[in-house]
Every structure is written in structure tokens, then in C-alpha cells.
Design a protein. Structure first.
Length: 245
């Protein structure tokens, strides 16, 4: 996809998968930045239905929050199937979801966030966007080493050195539990953002969209569904308190 070179100064680029966390990160960015663009990646993931969720979430956000609509700019969807084919993981093949001998989940795609951020920085460079925003989290990170803040600090340094830029990689969910992300969503966008997350975002690793739960749709049994469902139950159990955004 050709990328235009002209864009307003400043602004943010959100790594946007269409999942719960990236939906919240997009809302968080729209609350703060005058210009927000999104980027997604088709890497051969078995839950490719999340790519459709991206479109639905963006449309719902502009419909429910019309004051955000002028801020929401271009959406970039990059085909990186070759990268996905390198790793034999449970996210890119029919492998069983389990713990590997390395002590990492079989859903771990080696270097995925490093690749995503490199592509994102290349887009941000051409678009004049200074902030790159991702939903990485150390609290509920499933053991993925490329979700740790120390990893992202190193990537930020490397990208700025390699591109002679001053990018900032922002991770607003880094220290949040899933229960806290539900509360954060409500604090930012009220029940409208909660409804968008439930109805339109996609988390399930198996790509299931025909099984409905209180927290959204999914198989209900994969690690991603369990994490999302347990976070919902914890938040509900606390009386659905808002969380400081």
C-alpha cells in the first residue's frame, strides 16, 4: 500500500488489532491527540476475524463519539504473511495452545511486537506522527517477552537511532489488569465504550464469533477468552467502578 507523505505535525499511530486492549488504546489516543491513525497487520493469524473487528470498532467509535470523528485519520492494514509463516505457533497454525519447553505459551509469535513497531515507525516517519501507541501489558501479558516495558524502551531507542527521530512508544495499559482495563474504558467512554468493546472487539485466539458471553464473543476457553472473561468478572465483582483514565 502506498503511503502519502503529507500529514499534520504531531499526532499518534495506534497499533490496532481490533481486540479489547487496542480498542481501549484507540479511545485513549482519541481523547488526547488531534490526529490519530491506526495500523493493523495481517500475518496469517488463525483469528483473522479480528481484521473485520477493526473496521467495526472504528465505525462504532465515530458513530458513538462524533466529536472524535474528525481526529480519526487513515487506517493502514499491512500484509506480512511471510513473517507469520516463519514461526510455527498456535496463532498462525492449527497447533494446540499449550506451554512450550521454553516456558512460553505456544501462542507466542517470536518478535511479533518488534516487527509491528518497526513497520509502525516507518509509517509514523512518513506521516509525521510522533507517538506510537500499543496495548502491551506486563500485568496480563501471557508471558510474552516482547510485551515488557524494558523491551519497548530498547526498541524505542533503536528506532530513534536508526531513523534519527524522537518517537515515543506509549503503553497506557502496561501496569493494568484486565479488570482495570474494563474500568479504564468506562472512565474514558462510559457505557458506550463498554458496549463497543463487547459487541465489536475480538479477542478469541480461535476466531470464534458465534458464542456470546457477558463480556463479548469467543470460544470462552482459550487463554485470551479466559483472561478477558476473568477480568470482566473481577470488574463486575467490584461493582463496576470507573478507573482513572
Amino acid at each position: 500500500m502506498a503511503i502519502a507523505f503529507s500529514a499534520p505535525a504531531g499526532g499518534a499511530l495506534v497499533l490496532f488489532s481490533g481486540g479489547q486492549d487496542s480498542t481501549l488504546c484507540l479511545a485513549w489516543a482519541l481523547q488526547r491527540f488531534a490526529v490519530v491513525e491506526t495500523v493493523g497487520f495481517d500475518y496469517g493469524q488463525r483469528h483473522a476475524v479480528e481484521l473485520d473487528a477493526r473496521v467495526a470498532v472504528r465505525a462504532a467509535l465515530t458513530d458513538r463519539f462524533p466529536h472524535w470523528a474528525p481526529r480519526l485519520g487513515e487506517d493502514w492494514l499491512l500484509d506480512i504473511h511471510a513473517f507469520g509463516a516463519i514461526g510455527d505457533t498456535a496463532l498462525t497454525s492449527g497447533r494446540v495452545i499449550e506451554m512450550t519447553k521454553r516456558g512460553l505459551p505456544s501462542t507466542y509469535v517470536p518478535g511479533r511486537n518488534l516487527v509491528f513497531l518497526t513497520y509502525a515507525a516507518a509509517i509514523a516517519d512518513r506521516r509525521g506522527l510522533g507517538s506510537i501507541i500499543g496495548g502491551m501489558c506486563e500485568t496480563d501479558y501471557s508471558g510474552y517477552p516482547d510485551c515488557r516495558r524494558a523491551t519497548l524502551d530498547a526498541v524505542e531507542t533503536a528506532l530513534n537511532l536508526g531513523m534519527e527521530r524522537d518517537f515515543v512508544i506509549l503503553t497506557p495499559l502496561m501496569t493494568k489488569t484486565k479488570a482495570q482495563t474494563w474500568g479504564m474504558a468506562r472512565a474514558i467512554g462510559g457505557d458506550d465504550l463498554i458496549d463497543i468493546t463487547i459487541e465489536h472487539s475480538h479477542t478469541c485466539y480461535l476466531g470464534v464469533r458465534d458464542q456470546r458471553h457477558e463480556w463479548g464473543v469467543g470460544c470462552g476457553a482459550c487463554p485470551a477468552c479466559l483472561l478477558r472473561g476473568e477480568g470482566w468478572e473481577q470488574w463486575i465483582g467490584l461493582g463496576r467502578p470507573a478507573h482513572t483514565a
